[in-house]
Design a protein around this ligand. Structure first.
Ligand SMILES: [Zn+2]
Length: 290
């Protein structure tokens, strides 16, 4: 099937009471492994690319791989650009067939953030691309983007007004989560998701999902979150399985790249299936527009 609309997948999730997993892929191996997990569980899936990954692989090649894999997939697959403060990269993604982009304006003051987000929305919508908006910064640095400090925080009413003013399609507010691994238990703000959802019908996105419990995810989904991002868990599954494989290769003095790829793909697939089960998106591939 053709590449799916992120917004269709996320809206269907909201009306049916689950969240779509949005997994940060880094290469063709992880793209194929994440889609294999989605197919094994018949879950819709969003493949996300950081700016770093887009630059590492190149927009044209990355898009071609995702479109090729998505075309032959038995589940809807959307392509999303994660945290991007750089307007030129946003334009590149829009031109190369991304389904949606996160314009991260959390490093701007409110006035500039609103003005530029509205411009990005106009540019993206002209090409049928949806926009996730972040004007408060989600704590933690991810692939070189972000800050460990809460630089900008607003009230829920301000966030709802901002969404109405900019026309953004999906919203990424601060929900008490952080990118990376938690050093201490986070104070989760289910209340903010719920209050925001009461003031706007735009889907709410949860960042920093790695390390949360089943109950945390359920409470966020109950509070109206319908897209959950998974990045750190993929990095850990990928690198730890590679390390285990290489240690074994060294012990046996047998060096087979394809076996390394197979082991990493299997570890990524298992990790994604676990999250699909936690998010309730298993078996939900049908009935969403593709
Ligand atoms: Zn994020």
């Amino acid at each position: 099937m053709p590449i799916a609309s992120t917004l269709d997948l996320v809206r269907a999730a909201h009306s049916r009471g689950y969240a779509v997993p949005a997994v940060n892929i880094v290469d063709d191996l992880s793209i194929r492994a994440v889609v294999a997990a989605a197919e094994a569980t018949q879950s819709p899936v969003i493949l996300q690319t950081s700016v770093k990954t887009l630059k590492s692989v190149g927009a044209e090649l990355l898009s071609a791989i995702v479109h090729s894999v998505g075309h032959s997939a038995t589940v809807p697959v959307a392509l999303h650009l994660d945290h991007c403060p750089d307007r030129a990269v946003i334009t590149e993604a829009i031109r190369h067939g991304w389904s949606s982009v996160l314009f991260d304006a959390s490093d701007r003051d409110l006035e500039s953030a609103l003005e530029e987000t509205a411009q990005v929305v106009a540019e993206a919508h002209a090409e049928g691309v949806a926009v996730e908006s972040e004007i408060e910064n989600i704590i933690g640095v991810e692939d070189g983007v972000g800050s460990d400090e809460a630089v900008h925080s607003y009230t829920i009413a301000q966030l709802a007004d901002a969404a109405a003013q900019t026309g953004a399609d999906m919203l990424a507010p601060q929900l008490g989560t952080a990118h990376g691994l938690y050093k201490a238990s986070p104070v989760l703000r289910f209340d903010r998701a719920k209050e925001l959802r009461a003031l706007t019908d735009r889907p709410v996105v949860l960042h920093g999902g790695t390390g949360l419990t089943e109950s945390d995810f359920n409470q966020f989904i109950g509070a109206g979150v319908s897209k959950i991002n998974i990045s750190t868990a993929l990095k850990l599954a990928y690198m730890h399985s590679a390390r285990a494989h290489l240690a074994e290769a060294e012990r046996k003095d047998k060096w087979e790249p394809i076996k390394l790829i197979d082991d990493v793909a299997e570890a990524v697939k298992v990790m994604v299936i676990e999250h699909i089960e936690l998010f309730g998106s298993k078996g939900k591939a049908l009935g969403v527009a593709a």
